[in-house]
Design a protein around this ligand. Structure first.
Ligand SMILES: [Zn+2]
Length: 213
């Protein structure tokens, strides 16, 4: 878990590199939208409105993934569960297969830091490369290193939108965080820590079994 820009994706990729399967609901949704399935159409409508994908659609996609994988193999989920209903449902699936979660990782980033991170973000519309005017600037200002295209700022990275997304995230994620806290699974990390550091901390605490050979 973590607010927009906290680095959930980066952390998940870093974990996946150690041999744990990585699944991002954002990627699942995008794939479904690109395949132009009826489900994808409904997800797109919700996301375009700035809403979360409805529970039944998210659960439908996740159920397919969950029951299609071999039991007992480790994984890291990015973007799921986002609501209490999803979290409860997920627990039922896990229980049915005698699997348990090791941790719910929450990346903490304050509102001002979030604004700074996201409003400095620039994207190449041609190849999707992501830059940051402070942390990862292109060689030539506002120009993609790879293709020379002009960089753009995503509309939802504008400051007022970032603040709205941030507050919405905190409000919506609170019940889910509480749900995992009550189970003793919630672990907070400062989002400013390097992902590799967080990963080694997590791995030493949980020693998950590598799953991908
Ligand atoms: Zn480019």
């Amino acid at each position: 878990m973590g607010s927009p820009g906290a680095g959930k994706g980066t952390l998940a990729v870093e974990l996946a590199a150690r041999g744990v399967e990585h699944l991002s609901t954002g990627d699942l949704f995008r794939a479904e939208i690109e395949r132009k399935t009826p489900l994808g159409g409904r997800i797109k409508t919700a996301l375009d409105r700035g809403e979360l994908a409805p529970d039944e659609l998210t659960l439908g996609l996740m159920r397919k993934w969950f029951w299609g994988r071999p039991a007992g193999r480790g994984f890291v989920l990015d973007g799921f569960p986002r609501t209490l209903i999803q979290a409860r449902c997920f627990d039922e699936w896990l229980e049915a297969r005698n699997e348990v979660l090791s941790a719910c990782v929450f990346l903490e980033l304050g509102e001002e830091a979030t604004v700074k991170r996201l409003s400095g973000r620039r994207i190449c519309p041609w190849d999707g490369r992501v830059y940051h005017i402070e942390h990862r600037p292109p060689a030539i200002e506002e120009t993609c290193d790879d293709c020379g295209g002009s960089l753009v700022r995503r509309e939802d990275d504008a400051e007022t939108v970032v603040r709205r997304r941030y507050r919405l995230y905190l409000k919506k994620s609170r019940p889910v965080a509480k749900y995992y806290r009550d189970q003793g699974l919630l672990r907070f990390y400062d989002a400013d820590r390097r992902p590799a550091e967080i990963v080694s901390d997590l791995l030493s605490a949980y020693q998950p079994t590598p799953t991908i050979s």
